[in-house]
Design a protein around this ligand. Structure first.
Ligand code: ADP
Ligand code: MG
Length: 656
């Protein structure tokens, strides 16, 4: 309506960036690269792409304005908002592209996309000629994809003077970007920020979830309304646990307290639930938002006056010595903690409750987060760079070069997967692997499965692995029943096969919702897996896996499926230790344990050899999603990986 329009326009004009509109456009006109630094919530992500469009960088619709986000949720949520602001339907003038989901069209002028997806666009269009301007947003997050993008774009802006590059960052690290881009100018946008009072705990908290819950009620009972609460947690599981406990407590207290509205935001939150965090809090009540570090800088929730910060973050950490990558909860950095606190000071003076001691803050937290490129496995990125013809990886212009060890480990693995030949050149197989927006270990499984006549099954397993974390649920009052149902899917060969069984049974009901309810399985999760699977099937067809996929398959021997999975995941094979209490990677002495959620937990006697899908480090190093393998398979696929001699020469050649 007209009233809504006026109000949206008013909000746009009230954002701190609006006062800098002309200055911003002037600086863009004068410089190929501009760094924009501004407080979270000042309007960078939603407004700057619109300004660029309004100033004509979209060339009347001939070119796009692209804006990258490290997180899928941020890309979709911001695109939704900007479509509203531009009074257009999402997917038309304003769209987004995230992995396995493209909501953009020929009409799209402003496109939000994940940094990983823009990186993949280089494969088809190495000059990114569809774009008139690009904004690399949230650059301070230093994700792997963003950093590789910056290196590639540095070259492109030299070759394409018509392309404008904007690098947007929260208030940390900005000078580093400027230096990397030959002293590009920095435009500072002062945000509105009220003082935030910081409280520490006197003693370390043994259980920060419990401490956070207590703090929520203390705030709610003693602090005035309005003023919403934002809690930083490490992931979906933690958020769901806490949501459960909170709802229970609120139900018990009933009408003795003012209403508390609990909502959450994390990477895998289904889109239809995301908008809840932006709904205005009704009068005389309080909103509690349980968030991952998404809410640190990438998404701004209005109305927050209190922040509760346990001081942790979940990260992928790769160890080049063991070649193992693991999800780990680690203390966040001081820079992150300060960003988190800042979320409390947007509407007025705020308070931040840190659930750790002041001593910890100064002595145990790192100053800045470690850039992802220095702590994760690089095979996807290196395969992509090699496909772009960038062979001299050691001298590639990284902002913070990864260690040679990490690069060499990645090259070794790519060689073992058959993506590189012994001269370090990309093979036909390597090129095919790159067609999939997946880790090369997955693409290898798909390509192998074609040979063994089990592509259907492998595509299912891969799609299901991606969603396995949210597949089953256990209602409080029906736990036993739910667990019993779940057991009926357990397969003696492990979780890969259990997931396959879930899918096949669901498929046999013609994808019934009722069947899901009966089995305590999330229908929405299966629908997502179905969508991913369809897209993978399409890509498989394109690279010639098609014949097998169209074949109406009879029962496929499990061995064929195991072979296909081992062909990609042989580095993740572990052997039962002599004591029989844990698993060790071949030639390593690092103990791993089967995760309690696995269908092989606890299986007696324990299988002698298994393959894991991922490692999660909590109290121990746990393997999530494991499959039984046997010695013969390892010999067939993996042995060369552990004993290879040519490898040295392969990596030396790539090193030059
Ligand atoms: P920045 O990128 O500088 O952190 P943004 O452009 O993301 O700032 O946010 C500007 C304003 O737009 C904020 O007040 C934020 O709350 C609002 N906003 C952003 N996304 C949405 C959304 N999906 N729904 C409602 N409001 C939103
Ligand atoms: Mg932003």
């Amino acid at each position: 309506s007209a009233a809504e329009r006026t109000s949206i326009d008013d909000v746009r004009k009230s954002l701190p960036v609006f006062k800098f509109r002309e200055q911003f456009l002037e600086a863009v006109k004068e410089n190929p690269v501009l760094i924009v630094v501004g407080e979270t919530g000042s309007g960078k992500t939603t407004q700057l792409p619109q300004y660029l469009h309004e100033a004509g960088y979209s060339e009347g619709g001939k070119k796009m304005i692209g804006c990258t986000q490290p997180r899928r949720v941020a890309a979709t949520s911001v695109a939704t908002r900007v479509a509203q602001e531009m009074d257009s339907k999402l997917g038309q003038e304003v769209g987004y592209t995230i992995r396995f989901e493209d909501k953009s069209s020929d009409k799209t002028i402003i496109k939000y996309l994940t940094d990983g997806m823009l990186l993949r666009e280089f494969l088809n269009d190495p000059e990114l000629s569809h774009y008139g301007a690009l904004m690399i947003d949230e650059a301070h997050e230093r994700t792997l994809s963003t950093e590789v993008l910056l290196s590639l774009l540095k070259d492109i802006v030299r070759a394409r003077p018509d392309l404008k590059l904007i690098i947007a960052s929260a208030t940390i690290n900005a000078t580093k970007f400027s230096e990397f881009f030959d002293k590009a100018p920095i435009l500072n946008i002062p945000g509105r920020r009220f003082p935030v009072n910081i409280h520490y705990t006197k003693n370390p908290e043994a259980n920060y979830i419990q401490a956070a819950i207590t703090t929520i009620f203390q705030i709610h009972l003693t602090q005035p309304l309005p003023g919403d609460i934002l809690v930083f947690l490490t992931g979906q599981e933690e958020i769901e646990t806490m949501e459960g406990s909170l709802n229970e407590a609120v139900a018990k207290l009933g009408s003795s307290i003012q209403p508390l509205h609990i909502c959450s935001i994390y990477a895998n939150l289904p889109q239809e639930l995301q908008s809840k965090i932006f709904e205005p809090t009704p009068p005389n009540s309080r909103k509690v938002v349980l968030a991952t570090n998404i809410a640190e800088t990438s998404i701004t929730i209005d109305g927050i006056a209190y922040v509760i910060d346990p001081g942790y973050v979940k990260q992928n950490v790769y160890n080049p010595l063991t070649g193992m990558e693991s999800l780990v909860v680690v203390p966040c950095s001081r820079a992150s903690a300060d960003q988190r606190a800042g979320r409390a000071g947007r509407i007025g003076p705020g308070k931040c409750f840190r659930l750790y001691t002041k001593w910890s803050f100064y002595n145990e937290l790192e100053l800045n987060p470690v850039p992802e490129i220095l702590r994760v496995n690089l095979i996807s990125v290196i395969l992509l760079l090699l496909s772009l013809g960038i062979n001299d990886l050691i001298n590639f212009d990284f902002m913070d070069p990864p260690s040679n060890d990490t690069i060499i480990k990645a090259l070794e693995l790519l060689y073992a997967l058959g993506a590189l030949n012994s001269k370090g050149q990309l093979t036909k197989l390597g090129r095919k692997m790159n067609e999939f927006p997946l880790d090369p270990m997955f693409s290898k499984c798909i390509l192998t499965s074609s040979k063994y006549g089990c592509s259907e099954e492998i595509l299912t397993i891969i799609a299901m692995l991606g969603e396995s974390g949210t597949l089953f649920y256990r209602p409080k009052d029906k736990r036993e029943q739910a667990d019993k149902k779940r057991e009926t899917f357990n397969h003696e060969l492990g979780d890969h096969f259990s997931l396959l069984k879930v899918w096949q049974d669901w498929e046999a009901t013609d994808y019934s919702n009722l069947w899901c309810e009966d089995n305590f399985i999330q229908y929405k999760t299966l629908k997502r897996a179905k969508n991913v699977r369809e897209q993978l099937a399409r890509l498989s067809k394109r690279v010639g896996v098609e014949s097998e996929i169209d074949k109406t398959s009879k029962e496929v021997p499990p061995l064929m499926i195991q072979k296909s999975i081992v062909s990609g995941f042989f580095p993740n094979i572990v052997r039962l230790s002599r004591m029989g209490d844990s698993y060790r990677k071949l030639k390593q002495n690092y103990a791993c344990f089967i995760h309690p959620s696995s269908s092989l937990y606890p299986v007696k006697p324990p299988p002698r050899m298994i393959l894991y899908h991922e490692l999660v480090l909590t109290s121990k190093e746990f393997m999530r999603n494991v499959m039984v393998v046997d010695e013969k398979l390892v010999k067939e696929f993996g042995s060369h990986y552990y004993s290879i001699k040519d490898l040295e020469s392969a990596t030396n050649k790539v090193k030059k």
